[in-house]
Ligand binder design. Structure first.
Ligand SMILES: Nc1ncnc2c1ncn2[C@@H]1O[C@H](COP(=O)(O)OP(=O)(O)OP(=O)(O)O)[C@@H](O)[C@H]1O
Length: 233
């Protein structure tokens, strides 16, 4: 589905990515792990065409996405839940959900408001509240729901549970596991290793702008050295 091959990305003259490669297959849940500043967000921004990639190849369902503009990449069916919630503060929850609706993934039965609220029920109680009346956790959940309403073939979450209360975080993880059960492909960046280990199939560990390890969940769980060296656990 997503194929990234040897991408290099710079901020001005400073190189952030040094030949990053990764793949995500249909229905897979994959993580990008690593300490702060190792290039995870830059990888996501590069995939989404937000930060320009200087060399390498990227394709999504065999369509070259480098160097397409971000909106065109999103339209192909990649839904990003960015760091920092980007919801409309002066629209209600329902309006926020509805304005995001688009069947980019070409699903036979695109998501409805009712369906997404079944997966993230907390928002059902807040439908008529304005975006800026929501708690941080609810806003983040709304950002996830908005991405889902675009019916993405691949959903990307960059630190979507950062700074949230444990209960809301748990609800987001639960929602993501429901989506996984329905075959949703997801790329997730998060600091909550325990939750990721339960959810994800495969992982890529980044250090200093490179992928230094990749493998399945069981291989990380069993490898204390790996966790200590790259993940600070
Ligand atoms: N807008 C920017 N301008 C210049 N340098 C940047 C910019 N964004 C990130 N960098 C640098 O690129 C490198 C990779 O950062 P990136 O944000 O991708 O890391 P990360 O692994 O996502 O970490 P974090 O979890 O802290 O966001 C870091 O050295 C960072 O300082």
């Amino acid at each position: 589905m997503l194929k990234v091959e040897g991408i290099e990305t710079f901020y001005g003259s400073s190189q952030a990515l040094f030949g990053v490669s990764l793949q995500i297959g249909d229905g897979e849940v994959v993580t990008l792990l690593g300490r702060n500043g190792m290039g995870k967000s830059t990888t996501v921004k590069s995939i989404m065409g937000i930060t320009p990639v200087s060399s390498g190849r990227m394709s999504f369902n065999n369509i070259d996405i480098h160097p397409l503009p971000s909106y065109a990449i999103a339209r192909l069916g990649i839904g990003l839940v960015p760091e920092g919630r980007q919801i409309f503060p002066n629209l209600t929850v329902r309006e926020n959900i509805l304005v995001a609706a688009a069947n980019r993934g070409g699903r036979k039965e695109p998501y409805t408001v009712e369906e997404v609220l079944e997966i993230f029920p907390r928002l059902a109680e807040r439908l008529n509240h304005y975006g800026d009346q929501l708690s941080g956790g609810e806003q983040q959940m709304l950002a996830v729901v908005r991405a889902l309403m675009t019916n993405p073939k691949l959903m990307i979450l960059d630190e979507a549970t950062e700074g949230l209360a444990p209960l809301v975080r748990k609800e987001i993880w639960h929602g993501l596991s429901v989506l996984k059960g329905r075959g949703q492909a997801i790329l997730v960046i998060d600091k909550n290793l325990d939750a990721l280990m339960k959810l994800a199939d495969r992982h890529y560990i980044m250090e200093k702008g490179q992928v230094v390890w990749s493998g399945e969940t069981a291989a990380i769980a069993a490898n204390e050295k790996l966790k200590a060296r790259y993940l600070g656990v």
